[in-house]
Design a protein. Sequence first.
Length: 282
Amino acid sequence: MRLIAVGAATIAILGIGFLLVALAQLGYKDTPFLPNQKWRVHESQRPQPVTVTPAQTFGEPPSDAIILFDGKDLSRWRSVWTGGPARWKVENGYMEIVPRTGDIQTIEEFGDCQLHIEWCIPEDVKGSGQGRGNSGVFLMGRYEIQILDSYENKTYADGMAAAIYGQYPPLVNASRKPGEWQTYDIIWIAPRFDGDKLVRPGYLTLIHNGVVVHYHTPIMGLTRHRTFPTYRPHSPVGPLRLQDHGFPVRFRNIWYRPLKGYDGEPEWRDLTFLLFPDLPRQ
């Protein structure tokens, strides 16, 4: 009986050892390939993702973020009208629109990204409809996400806060009261062109104050007022533009992270029809 017990214990120890070795190894070389890709399931040679240190506080920039406005100055911005220094006011950690000084935009240009921006409409805002705290965030200087006081203030649906202006209203109205800071967290996939031909539209995901209001939504084209949006070919990068619509809207804590593809690829690719070639293309 003692020999049997010793044998069983030895087998158990060996089994645990083999299990620990299996768990410790970095992947396999004998598993099937993923559909239409060069990597196997649990591929040992697949590149490890870059390490990014998240912020201690939600909404603050992670370690790889590029800071566009840190509350100190507008050195990363310029006037759209003149190309010279941005003329908005900076105080108390935020920038504020000085009405009739014009839109401003970043000196830096970027495309596919994760973008964070905080904004606030003054508590003493006056007016109604579109005339109440109006501004806008223009991705690549072309595609507008509306800023407006939409807390108990009605206007046309595709022109309210968090609307993709002139195209889609938000799924829900997540607006806070005037005087309270609001957040936009944006995932932006820029459109792509082959010469004059559009080969992929832009896609937008927007989280407004922690609430999803657009999800991988295809952009119809350049922002337009009272007319149908259409595309015009442009570079895969562009500036972030903030609109002066005549109201002293405030902004703070603006940063972005460039987005790339899996496994070190330079940009995101839509793998839907690569992985599922038999799906109907409607």
